[in-house]
Design a protein around this ligand. Structure first.
Ligand code: ATP
Ligand code: MG
Length: 419
């Protein structure tokens, strides 16, 4: 029979790699927990309208990349392409703004975008993200950036660059958009086809183009920060002052825009040169209008998302690996009665907290002993028929080879005393 493979653009994360993921997740839980961020888990399926209204229907994400379908003719739903929209929907639906002035939330889970699969770009990928809702204070922007920075460094990522820009408020952006369109329209024929199409729909996205000829044109385009109002400029300067005070280096990038429509003011990316063309590990920014856009009370907010696959790729390039939990005990047995007791012995050890593997092979003791040595366990517990009848076990300390006989009833107590 033919084999069935994983769907294009999705991949299996095998146990050895999962350990690295768990390490990143554990660091996130610790670092974000210390800043009083609470984990939130929202559904993978949401109404398509949620993404059209938040991310924007003129964006690539909504226009071209969503996995959308109707649930047997009832509702138009999509697999979430990102999770800020879902978190904000939950925030509004459950009235979380009532629970306090500020909500600090984090999440980690799978996202889906119909893109061309390549290294660091998949159709099912994972994001770990934070959202700080309810503060207009520039310290909030600096706090979330500092958390991303700390987390990435804590797990071992190096050579990172933080790129920063301000998109201003919606009026600033409108003025800039017009200036950009005025500059690009006479050059339209020279742009790549995608960018030509964006000129009418979503001109800011042209700044993001990877086409070399378009990039050269963009280099001389008007710069967003020149169109900021005095207030927007003052806000951006405060964010920068806080980052400086925290010793977080950054580069200003006047052409940095994000792919989602809802960003205002601060926009940032953390990139690594080691990731090739998929170099962005973390992207985020402020989105003061989104909660209202989705039917909630006016609520300023700021957040980011880290691409887990890209981060893990980066750590693997540094030859970092997650550590497996070491085995304490390897249980071997031979003979019907011994085999019957071996399971109970193993369970008792596990219940007492020992990481215990039970050999199920039924092969000769010599082979089971070899596996016990290879397993890395500290102890081998050996049960033959003689031990089974006497209610005993042989306990072998594998590093020294020392062996002794113990009553089964005493085994756990003895091992606990050896810890
Ligand atoms: P890119 O420019 O690389 O497409 P983006 O602007 O679409 O990124 P965001 O929507 O801001 O990305 O998502 C935040 C992060 O999620 C990205 O910086 C990246 O690390 C990760 N990410 C986004 N899309 C994918 C994907 N298809 N596969 C793997 N990771 C992804
Ligand atoms: Mg993208």
């Amino acid at each position: 029979m033919g084999k069935i493979h994983a769907v294009r653009g999705t991949r299996d994360i095998l146990p050895q790699e999962v350990r690295l993921w768990q390490q990143v997740e554990a660091s996130a839980r610790e670092i974000l927990g210390r800043a009083n961020y609470q984990e939130i888990r929202t559904p993978i399926l949401e109404l398509t309208e949620l993404f059209a209204r938040s991310i924007g229907s003129a964006t690539d994400v909504v226009g071209k990349e969503m996995f959308s379908f109707s649930t047997r003719g009832e509702q138009e739903v999509s697999l979430r392409p990102e999770n800020t929209a879902g978190v904000v929907r939950a925030y509004i639906q459950h009235g979380l703004q009532m629970a306090g002035d500020v909500q600090r939330l984090w999440y980690c889970g799978p996202m889906f975008r119909y893109e061309r699969p390549q290294a660091g770009r998949q159709r099912q990928f994972h994001q770990l993200g934070v959202e700080l809702l309810g503060s207009r204070d520039p310290r909030a922007d600096a706090e979330v950036i500092a958390l991303a920075w700390d987390l990435l460094r804590a797990v071992g990522a190096e050579n990172l660059t933080l790129r920063l820009n301000s998109l201003g408020d919606p009026q600033d952006r409108l003025a800039y958009r017009q200036a950009l369109v005025d500059y690009l329209t006479p050059l339209k024929e020279e742009l790549d086809p995608d960018s030509q199409e964006r000129l009418g729909r979503n001109p800011l996205r042209i700044l993001d183009s990877k086409d070399p000829h378009t990039c050269a044109i963009v280099e001389k385009a008007p710069k967003l920060p020149d169109y900021l109002s005095a207030d927007s400029r003052a806000f951006f300067e405060q964010v920068q002052a806080h980052l400086k005070a925290l010793d977080i280096p950054y580069e200003l990038d006047p052409y940095l825009v994000r792919g989602l429509d809802y960003y205002t003011h601060t926009a940032f990316e953390i990139v690594s040169p080691e990731l090739g063309s998929q170099s962005t590990v973390c992207g985020g920014g402020r989105y003061d209008g989104l909660v209202e856009e989705l039917g909630g009370p006016p609520t300023p907010a700021v957040g980011w998302a880290i691409g887990m696959e890209r981060l893990v790729l980066l750590l693997q390039k540094k030859q970092l690996e997650g550590v497996a939990r070491p085995l304490d005990v390897y249980v071997i047995s031979r003979g019907a009665k011994a085999e019957a007791q071996s399971l109970q012995v193993a369970q008792a050890l596990r219940q007492a907290g020992f990481c215990t593997e039970l050999d199920l092979s039924g092969s000769p003791f010599s082979k089971q002993f070899k596996r016990a040595s290879r397993s890395g366990a500290t102890w081998a517990v050996v049960l033959g028929d003689a031990e089974a009848v006497a209610g005993e076990v042989q306990l072998k300390h594998l590093p020294t080879g020392q062996q002794q006989t113990l009553l089964q009833a005493e085994l756990v107590k003895y091992l606990l005393s050896q810890r």
